[in-house]
Design a binder for this molecule. Structure first.
Ligand SMILES: Nc1nc2c(ncn2[C@@H]2O[C@H](COP(=O)(O)OP(=O)(O)OP(=O)(O)O)[C@@H](O)[C@H]2O)c(=O)[nH]1
Ligand SMILES: [Mg+2]
Length: 358
């Protein structure tokens, strides 16, 4: 068989391979690769290739040198690895807004956010904003600018067990996020730490055992507990505890819009109530955003993040912050009452999103 055998030289493996392909096509078969001395002693890559079958490589008259072959192949592999690494360092995540790649420093910050569970498009948006506001183009400056942005978006609020005058707080949110447990924790902190007079009210007449659940906590702590089924009984319950400095209203965990609307109507009987939206930090960013959308038009003024102990990188909180700019009144990180509730502080909230050391 009369195969065409040709030799190509280039300063680097990628260029040599391109030359092989453009001369012999995609079907080119590499017979031999080696590193050779080029002009002015610079190393070059030499590839011997054919386009119609290997034939007899020795017919090229070139001797086979295993060592140079191996070292040339190693260079090819190294170069390809470096290309893969740099393509990872500059993620191009389509947002539909821009196709500009991020600088490596900004891309590194973004990658960290995504690794911690942030939605890529949100992470990119925030990092781009941070880059615009940053004092410099290094990773440190961008991270600092991002921290500043986060401090604004996820601001801390006074914990529910602190404050002047009477506070009425309703905990609302989806099922099972820890509303009732958090009410017990807050009530205990208010009693023990702030020495407040506390009363509990539940409007959860939906879930079996809900009444007994909160009633048991009330009993243990020695605070009155009232059940309200409708607007009239909620008004009565509020009037029954005029001396309470902190009234905590437990609500049913509901997701469907009709049930949410009914509960929102019921809460209108306690117009002084601040609504704190309880969200589990162990929930994904997209789900969190969907929950926030359902609740945000219903008078929510504070956020509470629970289950930090179960969250694997709670950067999903960012998704909440992009949907609703609302201060965070406290966070919880375990089932123990009352130990596992904490005031939200700026450093804590920023660390939850970015992790330590960013
Ligand atoms: N790991 C962990 N578990 C928690 C935390 N807060 C609450 N829980 C647990 O979550 C489960 C549900 O808590 P509940 O307080 O009943 O939740 P809820 O929002 O009142 O639930 P519904 O009334 O059914 O909507 C319980 O097993 C709690 O012990 C927390 O911060 N971390
Ligand atoms: Mg409950």
């Amino acid at each position: 068989m009369n195969a065409i055998v040709r030799t190509f030289r280039a300063p680097d493996p990628r260029t040599a391979l391109d030359a092989v392909r453009s001369a012999l096509g995609e079907e080119a078969i590499i017979l031999k690769t080696r590193e050779v001395g080029g002009f002015f002693g610079r190393k070059e890559i030499e590839i011997t290739a054919t386009h119609s079958g290997p034939g007899q490589p020795s017919s090229t008259g070139q001797s086979f040198d295993l060592e140079t072959e191996v070292s040339a192949l190693r260079r090819i592999v190294e170069q390809l690895r470096a290309e893969v690494r740099s393509s990872k360092a500059e993620p191009r995540i389509p947002t539909g807004r821009t196709s500009d790649a991020l600088d490596p420093a900004a891309a590194a910050v973004m990658r960290r956010l995504v690794e911690r569970g942030s939605e890529p498009a949100i992470a990119e948006e925030l990092v781009r904003q941070a880059v615009r506001a940053a004092a410099g183009r290094g990773e440190r400056e961008i991270a600092e600018s991002l921290r500043e942005g986060l401090r604004r978006r996820l601001a801390p609020a006074l914990p529910p067990w602190q404050g002047e005058g009477r506070r009425v707080i309703a905990l609302v949110g989806p099922p099972g996020v820890g509303k009732t447990t958090t009410i017990a924790k807050i009530a205990a902190r208010a009693l023990l730490e702030s020495k407040l007079k506390v009363a509990l009210v539940t409007v959860d007449t939906y879930r079996i055992g809900a009444r007994e659940h909160i009633g048991r906590y009330g009993e243990i702590m020695g605070v009155p507990t009232h059940v309200a089924r409708d607007q009239a009984s909620l008004r009565e319950a509020m009037a029954a505890v005029p001396e309470a400095q902190l009234v905590l209203i437990d609500t049913a965990g509901r997701s469907d819009p009709a049930a949410l609307e009914a509960q929102a109507q019921l809460l209108k009987a306690a117009p002084e109530a601040e609504q704190h939206l309880v969200l589990s930090a162990a929930t994904g960013g997209r789900e969190l955003r969907a929950v926030v959308r359902r609740f945000k038009s219903r008078g929510v003024c504070r956020l509470i993040f629970t289950k930090l102990d179960e969250a694997d990188g709670p950067a999903g909180l960012l998704s909440v912050a992009t949907e609703l700019t609302c201060p965070v009144s406290c966070v919880t990180d375990g089932q123990r009452v009352p130990d596992d509730v904490h005031p939200a502080t700026s450093p804590l909230l920023v660390e939850l999103v970015l992790g330590k050391g960013v």
